[in-house]
Design a protein around this ligand. Sequence first.
Ligand code: ZN
Ligand code: ZN
Length: 259
Amino acid sequence: MKEAQPDLSAAADLQIELLQVQRRIQTRVPLPSIRLEAKYLNDLLKSAPILHFEHLPVDWSDLRFLLRATATAMRNHDALDEADYRRAEELARQSERLPGVVREWYEAVRPGATPIGPELSGLESVLQQAMRPFLTRAGDAVMARSDLAGWTHGICPLCGGEPDLAVITAAADRLLICGRCAARWRFESLTCPFCLNADRSRITSFASRDGQYRLYACDVCERYVKAYDARRASRPVMPVVDGVATLPLDAAAIQKGYK
Ligand SMILES: [Zn+2]
Ligand SMILES: [Zn+2]
């Protein structure tokens, strides 16, 4: 990608560094502490999201390492300003305060929850990257033993997070991919997952020049979601790679006034 699109090279370098950091921890993350039985999980999924903060297999000293390494990588690639970098460093040092802060961030996405306080705002993407090994481990374990087919909402059935990418399957279904735990679930192709607007005349959809990606923007809430079109692809969706490859689509959407 860096050769084909030199403009994306800095963003690609940052993602490569983050993956390397996460991989150091990923291999030793244990299973989540939720009962991993199909029937139990499928019953819970009727009133999801089902992964509570207490279920997450977080090792706090590993998380402190991940926070520092994530903030450093983002700072080095100009993805975090100096003040936020210092706040992230400070947070990584405060081992007593950390669990409460991470819980606040994790639970803030739930409907009716308290939004995150000023001490965390600006650090959401650092926390999301740092928590990724624990969240994806929990997400993978639950997905392997349950059936998400009955879930029809726009938020993640496992962690309650929002989708940050989608994939269009060979059968032309659209699967949303959670930006936090990477769970995937089927969602109506022309409905906005954020405000549930289903009026097709108020969904603007366009493809990248090579046809590999699509973008669905909502003219009601003005948010958008990008999708990897696996119908014309030689490889499966790779959220990290596809997230970088679609940066030009983000720019196009922002230029049209979406956010
Ligand atoms: Zn999730
Ligand atoms: Zn919308």
